[in-house]
Design a protein around this ligand. Structure first.
Ligand code: C5P
Length: 400
């Protein structure tokens, strides 16, 4: 499935570099050409010989090797690839990327490339959580650089926590998504997913039962067809789908801000179960119970309607805006009314009554409402609903 595609793999200095050897093998198995840059640090963990043998190509190590510069300059090296992957990406490499430093072949190639970049960070937990790394990461992600991992677990240094490089299979899945040549290639998509949390005080919040499974599946399905997806997710227990940009938020207001920041896009799918109200009298300190005093009153105030805001965005309006209608009664009537009221193009209506098993479950029964009428789909898995919807979106945008 990666036949003829070209990956430039940058292996920087972390113990996880051994996993990159496995990644090279898996990429080669799928017909992908892999060219490797091994940093000085990387060469402390894996040998150039192993990298060369597995990639079937020479290994690039020095910026100013005259032979390399004559045969293939760092510019060409970074351009003659469809995707640049830094795995492992050390804290130091991320810092150099964020600052735009170019003091070796790896950082020079990363600065000179015009291709999408995927990073698989690997480092000690403290380094991962350090504000410097956080800030660097935010800078890189704002520039559109994609990230996979790190996972949490026991680290090579003996500590336990986040910082373990994603497994080769996960990195491969992200690469496959990023190199996907589907009908939505080049199409920018935004998907909202999950619940929102509306804070009552610093420790309490109002939430709902949305798991984010359907929204996350839609984001993954659009990405699988080649779309450049930004998934804006409320608090969920799901892992980030591979190969797409994920922005995590808590409140409806933060979700709207994130959606605005992700626009323009050609398609927006609002699958999140956004709280209708937020707390007007949110306390900055934890509310105390006082013996004899009545329980505190929570005052609610309406949240912005993200779907409606996007649907009425004037010049910034996406070509296709898809909303969801989660109803417990009069499903189609309510959904039809929502289509008109919100001003979106399509509504995916689903029954979330208690016995439907939709909330948190793996299956869904949906009806797609468009200007042309209602299309009722049989009960199917949420991944299948997502795939079907993504295909309909591709057909609508004239790219299927
Ligand atoms: O009005 P209701 O919540 O039933 O509408 C559901 C649809 O509207 C969903 O697509 C949901 O994501 C979206 N919505 C929104 N912002 C809100 C409320 C709902 O985007 N504040």
């Amino acid at each position: 499935m990666l036949d003829g595609r070209r990956v430039l793999l940058i292996i920087s200095g972390g113990i996880a570099a051994y996993k990159s050897l496995e990644l090279i093998r898996r990429l080669k198995d799928r017909g992908c050409a892999v060219r490797c840059i091994l940093t000085k640090g990387g060469a402390n963990f894996v040998t150039p010989l192993a990298v060369a043998a597995l990639s079937g190509d020479k290994v690039y190590q020095e910026t100013f090797s005259l032979t390399d510069e004559a045969e293939m300059g760092h510019i060409r090296l970074s351009r003659e690839a469809d995707l640049v992957v830094a795995a492992p990406a050390t804290a130091h490499l991320l810092a150099k990327m964020a600052a735009g430093l170019a003091d070796d072949l790896a950082s020079t190639a990363l600065l000179a490339t015009d291709k999408p970049v995927l990073i698989a960070p690997a480092m000690n937990t403290m380094m991962w959580e350090h504000p410097a790394t956080r800030a660097n990461l935010a800078t890189l992600e704002a520039r559109g650089i994609r990230r996979i991992g790190p996972g949490a677990g026991e680290l090579a240094c003996g500590e336990v926590g986040a910082g373990r490089m994603a497994e080769p299979a996960e990195i491969l899945a992200a690469i496959e998504v990023m190199l996907s040549d589907g009908p939505l290639k080049g199409v920018r998509a935004v998907v909202t997913s999950g619940p929102t949390h509306e804070a009552i005080d610093p420790v309490r919040y109002i939430a709902n039962r949305s798991s984010g499974k359907q929204g996350h599946a839609i984001a993954a399905a659009l990405a699988a067809l080649g779309a450049e997806v930004t998934l804006i997710s409320g608090p969920v227990a799901l892992p980030d789908p591979a190969g797409l940009r994920v922005v995590r938020v808590e409140s409806a207001v933060a979700m709207l801000d994130a959606v605005r920041a992700a626009l323009p896009a050609e398609v927006v799918v609002c699958a999140a179960a956004v709280a209708d109200w937020t707390v007007a009298n949110r306390a900055t300190e934890k509310r105390k119970k006082t013996a004899g005093a009545p329980p505190p009153a929570i005052e609610l105030t309406p949240n912005p309607d993200i779907l409606m805001t996007v649907s009425q965005a004037g010049e910034q309006r996406p070509r296709l805006v898809v909303g969801f209608a989660a109803e417990t009664e009069a499903l189609l009537d309510n959904a039809r009314a929502k289509l008109t009221r919100k001003g979106c193009d399509w509504i995916v209506a689903n029954d979330v009554s208690e016995d439907s098993g939709t909330f948190g479950g793996d299956a869904n029964t949906v009806h797609l409402l468009t200007a042309d009428g209602v299309d009722s789909w049989p009960r199917m898995g949420k991944a299948e609903v997502a795939a079907r919807l993504a295909e309909r979106i591709a057909a609508k945008l004239g790219k299927a």
